[in-house]
Design a protein around this ligand. Structure first.
Ligand SMILES: Cc1cc2nc3c(=O)[nH]c(=O)nc-3n(C[C@H](O)[C@H](O)[C@H](O)COP(=O)(O)OP(=O)(O)OC[C@H]3O[C@@H](n4cnc5c(N)ncnc54)[C@H](O)[C@@H]3O)c2cc1C
Length: 403
């Protein structure tokens, strides 16, 4: 039985191509877009022009049989810069929801509208979190009520912290259809461009990922056509009937969806960590104190050794989970959550160490490590906090309802 960890030629070419874009287009703009706290539309346009932002690119990346292309792409983009990386990747949250819950017809109709085209790139938003429903998705209050007379769904509620909320062409919104069923009574809806009743707050001011737009979204009698229910009404009715009978299948299916997406998020964190490590490694070899480069002190060299070891360990977990997802292996120990947990925590630890290795310089905006340190922190919070990842893993390995 063969076993190897080399990327194949196609994956190496992909990695080099994305790395080139990250180095020549993303990095030079990183500090400016972070300071401006604005979506970097010119960079989105440039990415769309060369085929790095769009439906086709995402499908090609997702369909690689090893599962590694997506983590490889994300690591390079976020190595370039996390704020701009998220501006380029936020749309994929909406696309993943359409892909995960929608019919093939809905994919074809809505996904291209999430991206727009190279002349006029657009973004998509996935709006699930609410002020009272963060980690506890079952507490969702947004309601979707079916109006049989007009074959429309009427959405009312408030969403919190939506990436691209309000600036998106397509919003995918989750809502409760049958509140008594908790998270099993929920469904996802596409809100088409320009639908009346959807409004958003101003862009929220954040610690990091400042080039990425985040906003609260308000739904006030938002009416969407019946076919905007992802998966269709027949499938929803069947799912609700199963849930009313107390059958458990849908919960397990949604758990697998989360497990599948987590390595891609972990890879983003990995990109930030690697960028900070590389910067600190270089700095430590040029900064001289006490007559020798600071790297010649074990305290610094060992810190760098630990940083590199942790990054490589996180990457192995990310690649394993991505491979398992693509090859239909069961996540029996929460391996998807493990990858995101480890990569997120490594990104926070490594960027903090990088600031330390640069000393006072690390604390200044003249060097990128302070931005990387701010950006990294989100990876222990969004897409499931570190505590929620530990909950998933501990439940998987014990089979008990750990709280
Ligand atoms: C920049 C940014 C972008 C985001 N983008 C999106 C987006 O595009 N779409 C979207 O829907 N959401 C998005 N979010 C929301 C994000 O997913 C949530 O913030 C996250 O899930 C945590 O929810 P919360 O903030 O309500 O924290 P809470 O759930 O209130 O958690 C607070 C603390 O309590 C802990 N905690 C909660 N429950 C437990 C438990 N059972 N056991 C142990 N500890 C627990 C948490 O781990 C955390 O430390 C984004 C958030 C940010 C900041």
């Amino acid at each position: 039985m063969e076993f190897w960890l080399d990327l194949n030629e196609e994956q190496n070419d992909l990695r080099e191509w994305v790395h080139g874009f990250a180095e020549s287009v993303i990095r030079p703009g990183a500090s400016e877009w972070d300071e401006r706290e604005e979506t970097p539309w010119p960079i989105l346009q440039e990415a769309a022009k060369i085929g790095l932002y769009g439906f086709e690119f995402l499908i090609n990346t997702w369909s690689d049989s090893s599962g590694l292309s997506l983590p490889v792409v994300n690591e390079e983009l976020f190595w370039g810069d996390a704020g701009i990386g998220m501006a380029l990747s936020g749309t994929s949250l909406a696309v993943a929801a359409i892909y995960g819950s929608g019919t093939p017809e809905q994919m074809v109709e809505w996904v291209p509208q999430c991206f727009g085209d190279e002349a006029d790139p657009k973004v998509g938003a996935f709006c699930s979190t609410e002020p009272e429903a963060g980690s506890d998705v079952s507490a969702m209050r947004t309601r979707a009520v079916y109006d049989e007379a007009s074959d429309e769904w009427v959405l009312n509620g408030q969403k919190a912290y939506a990436t691209n909320g309000g600036i998106a062409n397509v919003h995918v919104v989750t809502a409760s259809v049958e509140p008594s069923l908790g998270s099993r009574g929920q469904a996802a809806f596409v809100v088409p461009p320009g639908t009346p009743g959807l409004a958003a707050s101003r862009k929220l001011r954040k610690l990091g990922l400042r080039a990425s737009h985040t906003a609260d979204v308000f739904l006030d009698d938002v009416r969407v056509p019946g076919p905007c229910l992802l998966g269709g009404k027949e499938a929803l009715d069947a799912r609700l009937a199963r849930a009313r009978e107390g059958k458990r299948a849908s919960g397990q299916a949604s758990m697998r969806t989360f497990e599948l997406s987590r390595p891609a998020v972990g890879a983003q964190a990995l990109g930030i960590a690697r960028a900070a490590y590389e910067y600190a490694l270089e700095y430590a070899q040029t900064r001289v104190q006490f007559g020798r480069p600071i790297v010649d002190n074990q305290a610094i060299a060992f810190a760098l050794a630990d940083m590199r070891t942790e990054i490589d360990a996180a990457r192995l977990l990310v690649w394993r989970a991505a491979w398992m997802g693509r090859n239909d292996r069961p996540f029996s120990a929460g391996e998807g959550s493990m990858s995101k947990l480890k990569a997120g925590e490594v990104a926070v630890a490594v960027t903090e160490k990088a600031v330390q290795i640069l000393g006072g310089a690390g604390y200044l905006r003249d060097h990128p490590v302070e931005r990387m340190f701010r950006d990294a922190k989100i990876y222990t919070i969004f897409e499931g906090t570190s505590e929620i990842q530990r909950l998933v893993i501990s439940r998987a390995i014990t089979g008990r309802q750990i709280r």
